[in-house]
Ligand binder design. Structure first.
Ligand SMILES: Cc1cc2nc3c(=O)[nH]c(=O)nc-3n(C[C@H](O)[C@H](O)[C@H](O)COP(=O)(O)O)c2cc1C
Length: 225
């Protein structure tokens, strides 16, 4: 079995001897990866497989390689989907927080309904579950600093709004960024367990257009880092 590495920021799993230089999902570097499955020594048996056991082991190793190639191709395919970049904010019990997310998309326009995918370990996840509400700030193409501020550290460890004056509170109480294209507030309708993440389906209860311009895409963020 090959080593497996997990991105501690977004949960992406990488199979290989070393962690990837850059996480293909959230863009953090190798230092954000932790080893979750250790390699065993089966690979060394492939060249000297002379006994039935060795042959069996070699065949199993080939199967694992074929499976990991397929998994790699699947991840590459997913990576080709175009994403935007958003700051998802939430407030509960007097605490404010926000995180960067690329998983935010419109489900229907009438009623105005969207979905977000949030890692269960995130502080934002906890606040959304407590309040049933969240805000979405749609980044413009100069929003890289916001993605960095909200995307790499947890609100459990730092106050991500500290020193940030360009924010306002929406009708639902969540903080929203001023220097963005659009903000929305949403109320959770239902949620689905998606493994590492929860998919929150929500009705948009309020929206404001603050700027004209093109949104930040995930590809643009990666290219301009
Ligand atoms: C470009 C980028 C995209 C990200 N997309 C998501 C996402 O869609 N869902 C998610 O749960 N985390 C995503 N993350 C990771 C969170 O922003 C990150 O784990 C954050 O520190 C969580 O903060 P919190 O614990 O304060 O909520 C992304 C990070 C970056 C940099």
């Amino acid at each position: 079995m090959e080593k497996q590495w997990r991105c501690t920021v977004c949960g992406y799993i990488h199979t290989g001897e070393n962690p990837p230089e850059i996480c293909p999902v959230c863009g953090v570097d190798a230092s954000f990866f932790e080893l979750i499955v250790q390699s065993d020594e089966t690979n060394s048996t492939t060249s000297t497989a002379s006994t039935a056991t060795d042959i069996k082991t070699a065949t199993a190793a080939k199967l694992v390689n074929a499976q990991s190639d397929k998994a790699k191709a699947l991840r590459e395919a997913l990576y080709r989907i175009s994403y935007g970049l958003y700051i998802i904010t939430a407030q509960a019990e007097g605490q404010d927080n926000g995180q960067c997310a690329n998983t935010c998309f419109q489900i229907t326009s009438d009623p105005a309904r969207l979905a977000i995918g949030i890692n269960k370990n995130n502080f934002t996840h906890e606040l959304i579950q407590k309040s049933g509400k969240f805000g979405v700030s749609v980044l413009n193409q100069t929003g890289q600093d916001y993605a960095r501020r909200f995307g790499y550290k947890s609100g459990r460890d730092v106050d991500k709004f500290k020193g940030l004056t360009a924010v306002h509170r929406g009708e639902s109480g969540v903080l929203l960024l001023d220097d963005v294209l659009v903000t929305m507030e949403a109320t959770v309708l239902s949620q689905m367990d998606a493994g590492t993440h929860t998919l929150f389906l929500a009705d948009v209860t309020n929206g404001e257009i603050l700027q004209e311009g093109d949104p930040m895409t995930y590809a643009f963020f990666r290219a301009s880092k």
